[in-house]
Write a protein that binds this ligand. Structure first.
Ligand code: NAP
Length: 251
């Protein structure tokens, strides 16, 4: 009997990561969710049911913590006779501010949290992804990585690097049948934004809705729909793609 296909999703305690985990579990696949805050991950487990959502808290920007965590994930895969069908590098933090106020520390924080942590996790699980090929990696970048706006230089530059890394890795791993794709969300209504949870009539939310030609902000489920397409066999001939899901904002 073939093994059950499992997925790792980073940043699964909230927003886009939680919605992607929900979508994968709904398709009948177990998910190992990662994030720093165990309360948020517990909340996702309550939402999805403990049967198919497993989690552990880890700061992925810390290489020691991260490698200890990998052992735990490997144990989970082994004990449950699972094969790693996909890895979603979604965890991220945003830093806003003018370029002249963006310190080395902020650049470093962006690099560690939004790029190196994903690079490291992908490299660490290469043996599993290779063994279970056809498999796939999905990186969550941003439309700011394609078309930046003022006051987000570190975030935008690091997200642009993620797009480029996606494409070089896609070329390198295509012969191994490990697909590597990238999603670039526009403005999505998640806790990453200060106006998340505010009353719908608030000025900030109204402005955010108006920024998209389609007339509304995205939802985490909008991104999860596209994520499942890129993870699943429905996109078996797609690698190195950079898909904007942004209500037309990038135009
Ligand atoms: N919402 C948007 O408008 C938008 C647009 C474009 C791109 N994105 C990208 O989408 C991704 C998800 O963001 P979101 O909007 O869903 O916001 P969110 O709800 O704040 O999710 C970010 C998640 O990343 C986790 N995380 C951050 N740093 C981490 C670390 N060092 N180790 C482990 N987990 C970490 C956070 O969990 P803990 O707090 O528990 O650590 C959190 O659950 C991010 O990469 C973001 O840049 C979002």
């Amino acid at each position: 009997m073939s093994k059950v296909q499992a997925y790792i999703v980073t940043g699964a305690g909230s927003g886009i990561g939680q919605a992607i985990a929900k979508r994968i579990v709904a398709q009948g696949h177990p998910v190992f969710g990662l994030g720093r805050d165990s309360k948020k991950l517990e909340n996702t487990a309550k939402l999805l049911g403990a049967k198919n959502f497993f989690f552990a808290s880890v700061n992925l920007a810390n290489s020691n913590e991260s490698s200890q965590m990998n052992a735990e994930i490997r144990k989970w895969l082994g004990h449950n006779d699972l094969t790693l069908a996909g890895l979603v590098n979604n965890a991220g933090v945003v830093d806003r501010g003018t370029f002249d106020s963006t310190s080395d520390g902020i650049w470093e924080r962006q690099f560690q949290n939004n790029l190196l942590s994903a690079v490291r996790l992908t490299r660490d699980f290469y043996p599993e992804l290779r063994a279970s090929a056809p498999s796939s990696v999905l990186n969550i970048s941003s439309n700011l990585g394609l078309r930046p706006i003022p006051n987000t230089s570190a975030y935008s530059a690091i997200k642009a690097a993620m797009v480029n890394w996606t494409q070089s890795l896609a070329l390198e791993w295509a012969p191994l049948h490990i697909r590597v794709n990238c999603l670039c969300p526009g403005l999505v209504d998640t806790p990453i934004h200060p106006f998340f949870g505010q009353d719908e009539s608030s000025e900030h939310r109204q402005m955010a809705h108006q920024l998209a030609p389609l007339g509304r902000m995205g939802t985490a489920d909008d991104i999860a729909d596209a994520a499942w397409f890129l993870l699943s066999g429905a996109s078996s001939w797609t690698t190195g793609s950079v898909l904007s899901v942004d209500g037309g904002m990038g135009l």
